[in-house]
Write a protein that binds this ligand. Structure first.
Ligand SMILES: *Cc1c(COP(=O)(O)O)cnc(C)c1O
Length: 386
């Protein structure tokens, strides 16, 4: 059976160019990047090329890029590092309820340790308001952390507006850019952010590697302790093949940003419009606002999202319900309940995320499968009277 992947926001395949760039660093230039000999120098030069490539995607300086084990660690380093690094005796953080768990749970942890946290909502469309951030500012605010693009809805946050506020108040501003990198412009000068996290495996690089942009002058305490790697900001022997892969992925993302953005938004719009036309009472979550070109999140009332994921998978179509499975029970997506959906509505929502390999044929296969799966599941639902 031909399989059709619509879950690029969860992870992406490694691009062939990325794999090619990585291979020599596994079996030939395998030195420790801290070693002085030629093996070490080759590894070091791979790492530094990758640093320039990631910096170029963000319009940053190479010295402002720190490599990490992924998006989660980059978010943790940004948030914990900025809060611990702040000289203010009382500490307050502003974030939102639609953040990824990498930010959400880091801020919850800080809250449990006595840091005050303001949790802004994403309104009814999954967009945080600049005015809400302004109202939340306090003299003891030490960090603002608002994601660039939401992973479940694709909604893009008003980062430049929040950055102007942050800068005017002298407060460091972190954005989780894991879902925006490679999809929309991520020029940190235009955005005005001080900290920007990204992840390799969301941009056709390998899993287990990420990067944090740290604007020159931003005070950051390390959160891991060991050697003096990454200018003392992140210890541990560098994941050289992973970093080289991330660099190559960043270069490809930079090169293809506009063309892929246009191609994917056309495919996404066709998918979305055709689903709405073919399925009765289907609703787009987070509609009418700027979104990443590859994402749409659609609600199909009276079906269980989990059941739909499984039924579509049997037909070769991979999607995500955004729900988290914790201790055996399926919990609705915190993002969807945060924007005001009921538990039932959140559980009946499906995220479709497209990417490099998605073609018109994939969209056709999805459009073939979705209406019949929805009709079948609704027939089983006692609540559905249609
Ligand atoms: C995937 C993701 C992360 C975590 O990145 P990892 O590299 O998987 O740790 C953080 N934030 C967002 C928005 C994501 O989509």
């Amino acid at each position: 059976m031909k399989r059709h992947y619509f879950d690029y926001n969860s992870t992406t395949p490694v691009a062939p160019e990325v794999l090619r760039a990585m291979l020599p660093y596994l079996d030939q230039s395998y030195g420790n990047a801290s070693s002085i000999h030629t093996f070490g120098q080759q590894a070091r030069s791979g790492v530094e090329r990758a640093r320039r490539q990631v910096a170029a995607l963000l319009n940053a300086k190479p010295a402002e890029i720190v490599f990490t084990s992924g998006g989660t660690e980059a978010d943790n380093l940004a948030i914990l590092g900025a809060v611990y690094g702040s000289g203010k005796p009382a500490k307050h953080v502003i974030t939102s309820t639609i953040e990824h768990p990498a930010v959400l749970n880091t801020c919850r942890y800080l809250e449990s340790r006595g840091v005050a946290v303001t949790w802004l909502s994403g309104g009814s469309r999954g967009v945080v308001s600049v005015e809400d951030v302004r109202k939340a500012l306090r003299p003891e605010t030490v960090l603002i952390s608002i994601m660039h693009a939401n992973n479940e809805l694709g909604t893009v946050q008003p980062i430049a507006g929040i950055a102007r506020l942050a800068r005017g108040s002298g407060i460091p501003f972190h954005t989780d850019g894991v879902q925006s990198a490679g999809k929309i412009a991520t020029d940190v000068q235009q955005l005005g952010v001080d900290l920007f996290a990204l992840s390799g495996h969301k941009i056709y690089g390998p899993q287990g590697v990420g990067a944090l942009y740290i604007r020159k002058g931003t005070v950051l305490e390390p959160v891991l302790f060991g050697g003096s790697h990454e200018r003392g900001r992140r210890p541990g022997t560098e994941n050289v093949p992973g970093i080289v892969g991330l660099g190559e992925a960043a270069a490809l993302a930079h090169r293809d940003l506009d063309s892929e953005g246009r191609r994917l938004s056309a495919l996404r719009d066709r998918l979305q419009e055709s689903v709405l036309a073919r399925v009765e009472s289907a609703v787009v979550n987070g509609d009418g606002v700027e979104r990443t070109p590859n994402t749409t999140n659609i609600r199909f009332d009276h079906i269980e999202g989990e059941a739909m994921v499984i039924a579509l998978d049997l037909k070769g179509v991979a999607v995500s319900s955004g729900a988290a499975c914790s201790s055996g029970a399926v919990k609705p997506s915190h993002v969807l309940t945060a924007i005001g959906l009921s538990t039932g509505q959140a559980k009946s929502s499906i995220r479709f995320s497209l990417g490099k390999k998605t073609t018109d044929e994939d969209v056709d296969a999805l459009l073939e499968a979705v209406p019949s799966v929805v009709a079948h599941l609704r027939k089983l639902s006692p609540a559905y009277a249609g």
